[in-house]
Design a protein around this ligand. Structure first.
Ligand SMILES: Cc1cc2nc3c(=O)[nH]c(=O)nc-3n(C[C@H](O)[C@H](O)[C@H](O)COP(=O)(O)O)c2cc1C
Length: 188
């Protein structure tokens, strides 16, 4: 019989490495007319419809102030070939660098929000802050998707996931278990 004595204790400050969510996304904002972009690994879907996405964006980020003041952002979903740039984007601040220029990103105007889409990304989701009640305690923004776009030229996007320590897992093979989704057929 397995007891905890057979298991290895895992430090609490490393728990995020066990269930680090994903995929890694970019969050763009536009503050006083200036576009900016940051990297985000702590994100999750919260609701199907209307779509609600939770993102942790800390007050140490310039994007935090932009999001608090404008209430708008775009979630841009990069693919694995962008991983190096995405990490670099998350290691510098829009207060010091024009990241769209520095990383050769193409800003595209959306239809609902002022924050730019990133043309190189597989998907772009225009969002408005729907609930900021958890921001003071957890820096957690609940974002409602109001318009979404995908790039039809990227038919099989491979997303990537942060393992919490600077290593990343790339999307692997897809398996189809739709016939077992008897309770959730409406999702197909
Ligand atoms: C892989 C990776 C994941 C990150 N995830 C988050 C995150 O979930 N939340 C956050 O606030 N910052 C996260 N960061 C850090 C921000 O991207 C970083 O602080 C960035 O410099 C902020 O840019 P800004 O000051 O222009 O907003 C992450 C960075 C990397 C490299």
């Amino acid at each position: 019989m397995t007891t905890v004595k057979d298991l290895q204790p895992h430090p609490l400050d490393q728990v995020h490495r066990l269930i680090e969510p994903g995929p890694v996304i970019l969050v763009t904002t536009r503050h006083h007319g200036i576009p900016n972009v940051m990297t985000n690994g702590f994100n999750m879907m919260v609701r199907h419809a209307p779509p609600l996405i939770a993102c942790t964006i800390g007050p140490w980020d310039h994007s935090y102030e932009a999001l608090v003041e404008t209430g708008e952002c775009v979630i841009s979903v990069p693919t694995a070939d962008m991983a190096t740039a995405v990490v670099d984007i998350g290691n510098c601040s829009g207060t010091e660098v024009n990241k769209f220029e520095e990383f050769d990103l193409t800003a595209v105007a959306g239809e609902e929000v002022q924050a730019p889409l990133v043309a190189e990304c597989f998907a772009n989701i225009e969002c408005r802050v729907a609930d900021s009640s958890l921001v003071p305690s957890y820096s957690l923004f609940l974002l409602e998707a109001v318009r979404a776009w995908t790039d039809p030229s990227q038919s099989q996007p491979r997303l990537f996931h942060h393992r919490g320590d600077g290593t990343f897992t790339l999307d692997g093979p897809t398996i189809d278990l739709k016939e077992r989704m008897t309770k959730w057929q409406y999702l197909q």
